[in-house]
Design a protein around this ligand. Structure first.
Ligand SMILES: C[S@@+](CC[C@H](N)C(=O)[O-])C[C@H]1O[C@@H](n2cnc3c(N)ncnc32)[C@H](O)[C@@H]1O
Length: 364
């Protein structure tokens, strides 16, 4: 780990990724994922500086509703979230440009509890830029910018005072069921009683709208998808021809998830100079590059309860497109078997506790 104090009074960057970490981790994923049938890669490899810029562009597209919906929910409920959490430290996983975060920072500052903000991201360039912007906008706020992989380094998150961990943007949906269970368990284990989790999740909805959000007419998501090929070319000396792969986005209604894929438009043999290996693609063969799970309320709440979180609030937008779940690590057990302290199982319905989409028939 290296810690650097940047010449702004309260800004520190912590890097848990050694100089060669990303290349080695990518190499491991390529060896596993691109020798599997079907081929796959985890989505974190989209996010070099160019990929993060493309993602920011995606968030402004007319088809991409999640960012606007999540912003609207935060505008409406950030004050209550801050009040309920009473946190001194806001840790944000997969923070990217931290654009929506200012609503939480303002609310926690207004509540008088905020002391530290700790954005955590695998993309060092975007993380540094966001941390500088926040440091300039919030003089006196301590900022620990942590460059880390939230699938591997959760135990190394800053532990300063009462914490609220925000995981926004629906990024939790990029983890499949098992990876999500491990992630939530590991996160829960690193938190202390009274610490909170604010989780942003995209909800199940009309398939046409879901697919359009990942296959925009301007082709920005296609460029974002192909960026993973540029990353492998640069980091592993691969010789992918990005334009020879077509962008594919489809919705798997059984697994409730969007899958982004890259489809080879012709037979190809791709060499990885740094790995001394080559991979063949048949014409039409697809490589999965991202999953984005869409949730029903009962499923997501069930996953949190099973991990040992106590649910506090379920916030959604009027169209019920997106949800923010607020949950806490329970303080201690009550005699009636429930959890003591602030977080309680919410009643369904009501303002700020609106119901999510109905459970599908098989779940009732
Ligand atoms: C979908 S974007 C969301 C960005 C921002 N939170 C938002 O809501 O707009 C996902 C972010 O998570 C980061 N990320 C993806 N996988 C990661 C990982 N394993 N560890 C740390 N950051 C990761 C990416 O670099 C990117 O900034």
């Amino acid at each position: 780990m290296s810690v650097t104090q940047i010449p702004l009074p309260f800004l520190y960057t912590v890097n848990h990724l050694g100089p060669d970490y990303l290349r080695r981790a990518l190499a491991g994923d390529v060896r596993t994922g691109l020798t599997s049938t079907p081929k796959w890669l985890p989505p974190k490899w989209f996010y070099d500086a160019a990929g993060s810029e493309l993602f920011t562009e995606i968030t402004r597209l007319p088809e991409y509703y999640p960012t606007r919906r999540e912003l609207a929910i935060l505008r409406e409920h950030a004050a209550e979230i801050a009040e309920l959490s009473g946190s001194e430290t806001l840790v944000e996983l997969g923070s990217g440009t931290s654009e929506k975060t200012v609503l939480l920072l303002d609310a926690l500052a207004a509540a008088g509890t905020l002391k530290t903000y700790s954005p955590v991201d695998v993309d060092a360039t975007t993380l540094d830029a966001a941390a500088h912007r926040i440091a300039l906008a919030y003089p006196g706020l301590a900022i620990w910018a942590v460059c880390a992989d939230f699938e591997r380094h959760l135990s190394r998150l800053p532990r300063v005072g009462k914490r609220l961990v925000a995981f926004l943007g629906g990024t939790v949906g990029n983890l499949d069921h098992d990876a999500r269970a491990s992630f939530l368990e590991e996160l829960r284990a690193t938190l202390s009683p009274g610490d909170g989790l604010l989780l942003g999740a995209d909800l199940v909805k009309d398939t046409g709208r879901l697919v359009a959000a990942y296959d925009d007419s301007a082709g920005v998501t296609a460029a974002f998808n192909r960026n993973v090929l540029n990353v492998m070319n640069r980091e592993l000396g691969a010789d992918f021809t990005p334009q020879a792969f077509d962008h594919v986005a489809l919705y798997d209604g059984k697994l409730h998830r969007i899958e982004m894929r890259l489809r080879a438009s012709r037979p190809m043999r791709v060499h990885f100079r740094e790995l001394g290996m080559a991979v063949s693609f048949k014409a039409g063969e697809e490589m999965r590059t991202e999953i984005s799970t869409k949730f029903y309320r009962y499923r997501l709440e069930g996953e949190l309860i099973r991990t040992g979180f106590a649910l506090s609030r379920w916030y959604t937008d009027p169209a019920q497109d997106f949800a923010l779940v607020l949950a806490f690590v329970p303080e201690k057990r009550r005699h009636d078997g429930g959890q003591a302290g602030e977080p309680r199982r919410p009643r369904r319905g009501g303002r700020g506790k609106a119901s999510g989409p109905a459970a599908p028939p098989e779940a009732v």
